[in-house]
Ligand binder design. Structure first.
Ligand SMILES: [Zn+2]
Length: 92
């Protein structure tokens, strides 16, 4: 569970990722369930499943789902995915 942290307002990049994540959720490319396992590891330049860009710096989140390949997310994208999957069309 997370409480809504105070944010300085979403950036243009966040808006773009959020839009993409919504489309991927609708198409089923991204799951709406919590992963069976979640790792946080140093970035290894793999493509993020949310925004499609390589995770070059910082950390990557690896999400493992049953019967599906694991997904790599930017920490930023994970937060967006987490928000979008759980509360469809609330707020905004
Ligand atoms: Zn990303």
């Amino acid at each position: 569970m997370h409480s809504s942290a105070s944010k300085p307002g979403s950036t243009a990049i966040e808006d773009r990722v959020r839009e993409r994540v919504r489309q991927l959720l609708e198409s089923g490319a991204l799951p709406r369930i919590y992963p069976a396992k979640l790792w946080v590891a140093p970035a290894t330049n793999l493509l993020c499943s949310c925004c499609g860009e390589p995770i070059k710096t910082g950390y990557e989140y690896e999400l493992a789902f049953p019967n599906a390949p694991s997904l790599k997310f930017h920490p930023r994208c994970y937060v967006i995915w987490d928000e979008e999957k759980g509360e469809p069309s609330e707020g905004a």
